[in-house]
Design a protein around this ligand. Structure first.
Ligand SMILES: Cc1cc2nc3c(=O)[nH]c(=O)nc-3n(C[C@H](O)[C@H](O)[C@H](O)COP(=O)(O)OP(=O)(O)OC[C@H]3O[C@@H](n4cnc5c(N)ncnc54)[C@H](O)[C@@H]3O)c2cc1C
Length: 435
């Protein structure tokens, strides 16, 4: 056990915690039965307090691969294995993650507990759809093997349950076959919100889609953005320059943000300029290119510790989803409220989700548009986010728990009708949200 100050990716909030870092399952089990409240933590890539508590069990020492069925593309590993490590093993063998978030530096346990989504939710759903089996250590110290058919109730509470059912020890994941590690990226420039939504809906058959929005653009330009579609490139269609090494794995990040800036280096002006530059970088309406999966899926992973740029007070990410029929009105209201507050987000990402999974109890996705925004921490930001919560809740949407650090219990209760509770496995977030 060690005592340390711990914060997740947004560096807000932080807590003085006792952390158990062990791969001895008997030790972990004893700790669970002997401690009144605790929570599992993976790589701390959730932004807020979902994996923070005064007592934390780190899954990082559980970092072994258990089996790889290359014929059927099923990999089994312990929960602390990182998605980057899964890629390093499966890509050279012609497999890829079936669903991947915007960073590869999360653990398999964290991917299941938050039921993470990628740029292909409208086609493939979320991570849990590809989980064949989970081994869970529950609050009584029992190892439970569960799946969609074996103990399905526990399984569906664990997928998206934010660690409330116990410690995920290991899992079996079904991979997707690929012939190359390259993606054909097609980018479209959209002049406003209407056009970007039309583009998403015209391209529903595209495997991957995501848009970067300039949330400083006002009036008629509100919602101007770049849509990036993606398809895995077959061996046959791979450009000649990549044919020598068609299944090339990503490299370690070469750049590092060396220290936490004393105050944020992200301010209104720099962010406004960056957004305008990003939008104008693409000259024509449409452009196409073959790129490696790493810059396509994980552009932010290129700079280690980029979260330090937000300064000592940290930042929050706000991600919400609004049901499809209400999405246009909702997004207009959200962008107008943000613009009005003068607190633009340096990063604003729009995606279109497919149907919600009817089995998953507390999973975030539902059919509609999801918007993700970063804001540096300040009192003004919290009052802006309370206003955004009201817009989202009144339109039947919800806020993503994996990004949240400040929502209140009333909004949570109104927007998450089904909840996974536990007296033992509790985080600062679950205590704040009162479930
Ligand atoms: C740059 C960036 C981009 C992102 N993009 C996306 C995205 O596109 N889509 C998306 O869905 N998410 C995205 N995320 C969020 C991230 O994928 C999730 O928060 C993920 O859960 C983090 O996993 P982790 O291993 O870091 O776990 P942590 O952040 O430590 O924990 C997250 C949750 O999982 C639980 N948990 C972790 N390990 C276990 C375990 N072994 N057993 C039981 N519970 C456990 C914790 O209790 C907590 O509730 C992004 C995050 C970053 C930093």
């Amino acid at each position: 056990m060690s005592s340390k100050r711990v914060a997740n990716w947004g560096n807000y909030p932080s807590v003085e915690a006792e952390m158990l870092e062990s791969r001895d399952l008997d030790r972990i089990r004893e700790h669970i039965t002997g401690t009144s409240k605790l929570i599992a933590r993976g790589n701390g890539r959730c932004y807020g307090d979902a994996s923070l508590s005064k007592n934390i069990v780190s899954s990082l020492p559980l970092n072994r691969f258990l089996s790889f069925d290359i014929k059927n593309g099923v990999i089994e590993c312990e929960s602390g294995v990182m998605l980057s490590e899964v890629l390093a093993v499966c890509v050279p063998n012609g497999f890829f993650l079936p669903v991947t978030p915007g960073t590869k530096f999360i653990t398999v346990g964290g991917a299941i507990a938050a039921d993470v989504h990628g740029k292909n939710h409208h086609v493939h759903g979320s991570f849990s759809n590809f989980v064949e089996e989970i081994v869970l250590l529950d609050e009584t110290g029992r190892f439970v093997v569960c799946s969609g058919t074996r103990e399905p109730e526990i399984f569906w509470k664990t997928c998206g349950g934010m660690g409330r059912t116990g410690i995920i020890i290991s899992a079996k994941i079904r991979l997707r076959a690929i012939e190359s590690s390259y993606i054909e990226q097609t980018s479209y420039k959209a002049r406003d919100l209407c056009e970007i939504m039309e583009l998403f809906e015209e391209n529903l058959s595209s495997t991957y889609s995501v848009a970067w929005i300039d949330c400083f653009a006002k009036g008629q330009k509100m919602g101007r953005s770049i849509l990036l579609l993606g398809e895995h490139i077959s061996g046959e269609n791979l450009p000649i320059k990549y044919k020598n090494e068609p299944l090339l794995v990503h490299q370690e990040p070469r750049l590092n943000f060396p220290f936490t800036a004393p105050s944020s280096t992200v301010n209104y002006l720099t962010v406004k300029i960056l957004n305008a530059l990003y939008y104008s970088r693409q000259r024509g309406k449409v452009s196409k290119k073959a790129i490696h999966y790493d810059p396509y899926f994980y552009p932010l992973d290129r700079i280690n510790n980029w979260n330090r740029a937000y300064g000592k007070r940290g930042f929050v990410q706000y991600q919400c989803v609004i049901p499809l029929e209400q999405s246009k009105t909702g997004m207009e209201k959200l962008l107008a409220e943000i613009e009005h507050s003068g607190q633009g987000s340096p990063l604003a990402v729009l995606k279109l989700f497919g149907e919600a999974d009817p089995n998953a109890v507390m999973s975030f996705p539902m059919k509609g548009y999801t918007l993700a925004l970063d804001f540096k921490v300040s009192e003004r930001v919290f009052s802006l986010l309370d206003k955004l919560d009201r817009i989202v809740a009144d339109l039947g949407g919800r806020v993503y728990l994996a990004k949240d650090a400040r929502m209140n219990a009333e909004v949570f209760g109104q927007t998450y009708k089904k909840q996974v509770s536990s007296a033992k496995f509790a985080s600062l977030q679950s205590e704040r949200l009162g479930y």
